[in-house]
Design a protein around this ligand. Sequence first.
Ligand code: FAD
Ligand code: 2HG
Ligand code: ZN
Length: 481
Amino acid sequence: MFKLSKRLFSTLKFKRGDFARLVDSDITHFESIVGKENVKTTELDLYNTDWMKSFKGNSTCVLLPQTAQQVSAILKHCFHRYLAVVPQSGNTGLVGASVPVFDEIILSTSKLRNNFNLDLSSGILECDSGFILEELESRLAPQGYIMPIDLGAKGSCLIGGNVATAAGGIRFIRYGSMHSNVLGLQVALADQNGTLLELGTGLRKDNSGLHSHHLFVGSEGQLGIITGIKMLVAPKPTSICSMWLGTDSFEKCQKILREAKTKLGEVLSAFEFLDAETLRCLKENENLDKPLETASKYNLLIETSGSNPVHDMEKVDGFLSYCLENELAKDGILAKNQTEASYLWKLRETATLALMHDGYVYKNDVSLPLKYYYELTDVVRERLGDKAIRVINYGHLGDGNAHLNITTKKFSQEVYDLLYPFIYKWVTEKGGSISAEHGIGQLKKPYIHLGKHEKELSLNKELKKIFDPKGILNPYKMIDL
Ligand code: FAD
Ligand code: 2HG
Ligand code: ZN
């Protein structure tokens, strides 16, 4: 649907490492491990190109192992041959981390989907890393459980990719991060034996040693390949209310968040943000109408999930009345049914796709103290003047996570230079982070030092050397040896 953009990454120059080049005997060896049908050497565009169509590698080989033992045997061979490897799950990442930079082998975990076991009383799920997030959600539903994470890419991203990116998403405010939910991991290392490690016990409580599995949460394929996951899932709510509020003051958005936390308390499950420009983009590019007749500069999509509709409704009523009577919100709507609720969520979840119609998207996923959450958008708007088609902000306001997106018809070096490193410097000076949930990948690699102590960065390198001694896993990205 969207053409590969004229790339920004003349800006980012990488030099190919001295890794070995793939030869026929490697392919024959891989075929002996995973079977001929699971070694792909043609029609690799989908694997080589990222979701944004901003990054394109030149891999000539995609491997599709079906077991952890096969992953281990592949990594053992790559270690001895000094072949570089990119782990890939659903390839929905937004920072160019899941595609090769040069000719790295792509190891896709999409066929790693045999084991699935749910303990009904503890709510602990044990599964292979290649399950699609949405499929896990559907498998859990009849058992009375849901996944603690939910994101717009749920139909394509895999749970292993979610762990490797420490994915956030819309349920973060309620269930916390992957760090709150992952209890243990099975990982294959790129060392001389392709060692298969079991990290963590999968118990809810276990302080019998270092919690080393957490190193792999958010590791972006730098330390090892996650093959199995033990994690906590959440009880399925039986009562859900979705509501939309509009206001013209960002100060009031913050007050509404405070009230939501206090008045909705334990049932609050999402607190999302869309500015008026996002709604304009949804109308212009996807023909989706705003949900309220009045137009508001700031819009909030709030959800509660609980187990007692009467109790939840009472809370929601109290909250909404408070916001409207005290003029925190100037307008609002409570979804009357599932169709209306789905429409509100469709608006929020289509924003990423809607932007792509403009041409080129400069994507920013930053964490900011709430008082600065929107200021950056205004600052960038003023800085770019009429050089951008639009500068918009939507995101997970409840978690201080802003998605500031800028579009131009084609990639413009002038716009890029006005944006970077300006945005990242601004964010770190205000005590924020240059990546709230999407990671570093290729996109933010040049700016990784911002907001980080040099010692922490060198410690990360030392850790990588322990797990991936030759540095063959996902080179040129988050941790470069
Ligand atoms: P991939 O993109 O394939 O890989 C991501 C990274 O993990 C790469 O570095 C890769 O090498 C590594 N990796 C993958 N699998 C493994 C493995 N098994 N072992 C080791 N390393 C591995 N992200 C959010 O956090 N919150 C959101 O709300 C959100 N919404 C999105 C909405 C849309 C429409 C899109 C397109 C993306 C969104 N994302 C969001 C980004 C993306 O979906 C997440 O980062 C997701 O977790 C990536 O999963 P994946 O399976 O696609 O992984
Ligand atoms: C979301 O929250 C995703 O919708 C994507 O993290 C963010 O499009 C983006 O910038
Ligand atoms: Zn997000």
